[in-house]
Structures are given as C-alpha cells and as structure tokens.
Design a protein around this ligand. Structure first.
Ligand code: IPM
Ligand code: MG
Length: 352
C-alpha cells in the first residue's frame, strides 16, 4: 500500500515525539511491504516564527492533499500574546480540524497492565483492563461559536451552537464504535441548564431508538460524569460528548491511565481521512530535554494505520510492541522510568 502522510511536528516537544512515531511508521512500512511517503510541514508557533502565520497556505494545502496527517502539538508561552485568531491553537489546530471537516475525535483511554500502579486510583477501582473511549464532537460548539469582547472591554461572550445534524453524525460514530466494543454509550451533557444539551439529549435518544436498539444508552450530566470517571470508571464503555466537555473529560480520563503521555487520538472525517495526534499539549517546560513520552504519538500513528488505511494488523503490531516494552519495565520519566524520548521508537521497533 502506498500512502502520503503529512507530518506536522509543531512546537515544544512536538518534533521529538513525532520523530519517534515517524521511525516506527518507517519500520512498519518496511516490515509489511508498504510505502509511506512522509513529508514534514511547519504548523503552529514554528510556522509563525518562519512565516508569520501559524498555518501557512503551503502547510494547509499539503495537509488537504495528504492521505493522513500526523501532528505533534502546537502552542507555547511565546505565542500567548498573539491575538486570539492568530494563536497556534486557533489558527493551526482548530483551523485544520474545521477546514478538513474532522468532526469526530476518538480518544481511547486504557490502563496497560504494566502501568496499573501508575494510576492514581486504587487498584480495586481500576481493576484489570479498564478501557474506555471518549468520542468527542470536534468542529462545533463553543470552540467555533462567536467569540466577542465588548467595545468597553468590560464583558465578553462565547456562543455554543449545535445543530441536529452535527449531533446525529457524532452520535452515529459513538454508537458504531460501541457496537464493536461493550455496546454501551454514555451521552454526556448539561441538559439541566443548557438548551444545546437538551437538543443533544433528545437527538441522541431518538437516534438510539431508531437505529441502535442493540446498544445501551444512558445520559449523564457532565459534572456527574467527571465524578464517576474517578469513582467508578468501569461504568464507562463509550463516552459521547460535545466539544468542550470532551476536551475536559479526556484529560481526566488520561490521568486514570497513569500519564497523559499515553493517550492517542484520531480526528476523523466521514470518509476516513484523519489527523492523528497525542491528546497532550506541547509541554514547553520539558521541550528539548529528551524526556518526553512519545508513546501517545506512536499510538496515534497506530490509529492512523487502522482508521485511515484499514491496516488493522499493522496497528495491532504497534500496540503489542508498545505493550511489550512497558511489560519489560521500560518507560519514560513521567511513568517513573529512565528512558529517553529518542530511545523509545527504536525499542518499539525491536519488539515489532
Ligand atoms: C486538545 C487540546 C486543544 C483543544 C487545544 C490545544 C486547543 O486541548 O486537543 O484537547 O482544546 O481541543
Ligand atoms: Mg485538551
């Protein structure tokens, strides 16, 4: 199989962690007889420094033309003073998500058996094999509603719009995912307060009755969901959320697994095109020290193989190799280990 991958390392630890994932993708291509043409493009603060724009036309066009995108992370304190629309988060990340129509964000959180002690939760709460999937709506809601500051600077507003069509298409992704997992969707909202949440709950309920009677559905207010994630995380199979609730709950879910450095994500369009990135940020405080954990990025590359290229066996091989490495007690500093970031790709490749 021949595929073109746009590689966008971004800022902070982005280049270091992406380099490890690129090594692994190269090894998989060789081992399984594929050709992955990987070309690097600047996005985020790195692109701002070079071109005065966090998302240069060339980078956007290349991302659009590629078969998939591998992203590191964008942003950093150096760019915090830029006006909102020019900041790396908005101009690079959110624009890529929106322009490419990547409405479905999949964020799997599982506790690896080797890392049970890394979880801050008691062993009896996480038990063996905690495994949940956050399905986060990614191109709607308050992230993309109107943002405004009053002329006198004394008030501001951010609007949170949602349409039935946007809710239905992300709910379908969650129900379809649940069908091949534990057949249970928990839809998260704040229907006791927000009108968009009431529309969300009605729409999800209607869709489940009409098309997914085989999948169990429950509804949970977002505050309760935040609590249940640490009180009884095994309640969850698939968590379906709007954009901002999913942002918050996926960070929380990541900590249950021991380190935010372990969580991968896929941001998908309905035709399978996707952008793949770790859920963590650019961590400027540990950049260029070779101590970041590239596993989330390597697992994001595995998700690319599975979701965009249909290479399930190759994706599973990467996940097994990562599991093996962890089982041998090999881990980066965030997990109490001593591995350097730059060693991880090679160790995973040896175990492929
Ligand atoms: C994430 C990040 C982004 C988000 C930021 C960097 C804009 O936190 O992917 O979870 O809020 O979506
Ligand atoms: Mg986030």
């Amino acid at each position: 199989m021949k595929k073109r991958i746009a590689v966008t390392p971004g800022d902070g630890i982005g280049p270091e962690i992406v380099a490890e994932a690129v090594k692994v993708l190269g090894a998989v291509a060789e081992k399984f007889g594929h050709e992955f043409e990987m070309t690097t493009y600047l996005v985020g603060g790195a692109a701002y420094d070079a071109f005065g724009d966090c998302l240069p036309d060339e980078s956007l066009a290349a991302c659009k033309a590629a078969d998939a995108i591998l992203l590191g992370a964008v942003g950093g304190p150096k760019y915090d003073k830029l006006p909102g629309p020019q900041r790396p988060e908005k101009r690079a990340l959110l624009t890529l998500r929106k322009e490419l129509g990547l409405f479905a964000n999949l964020r799997p959180a599982k506790v690896w058996s080797a890392l049970k002690n890394a979880s801050p939760l008691k062993a009896e709460i996480i038990d063996e094999g905690l495994d949940l999937l956050v399905v986060r709506e990614l191109t709607g809601g308050v992230y993309f509603g109107k943002h405004e500051r009053a002329a006198d600077g004394q008030s501001a507003l951010d609007l949170m719009p949602y349409s039935v069509q946007e809710i239905e298409r992300i709910a379908r992704v969650a129900f379809d995912a649940a069908r091949v997992r534990g057949k249970h969707v928990t839809s998260v909202d704040k229907a006791n307060v927000l009108e968009t949440s009431r529309l969300w709950r009605e729409t999800v309920t209607r869709l489940q009755a009409a098309e997914y009677p085989d999948v169990a559905l429950d509804h949970m207010y977002v505050d309760n969901a935040a609590m249940q994630l640490v009180r009884a995380p095994k309640h969850f199979d698939v968590l379906l959320t709007e954009n901002m609730f999913g942002d918050i709950l996926s960070d929380e879910a990541s900590q249950i697994t021991g380190s935010i450095g372990m969580l991968a994500s896929a941001s998908l369009r309905s035709d399978g095109f996707g952008m793949y990135e770790p859920i963590h940020g650019s961590a400027p405080d540990i950049a260029e020290q070779d101590i970041a954990n590239p596993v989330a990025t390597i697992l994001s590359a595995a998700m690319m193989l599975k979701y965009s290229f249909g290479l399930d066996a190759e994706a599973a091989a990467i996940e097994r190799a990562v599991g093996k490495m962890l089982d041998e007690g090999l881990a980066t500093r965030d997990l109490g280990g001593e591995l350097k970031c730059s060693q991880v790709g090679g160790l995973v490749i040896e175990r492929l």
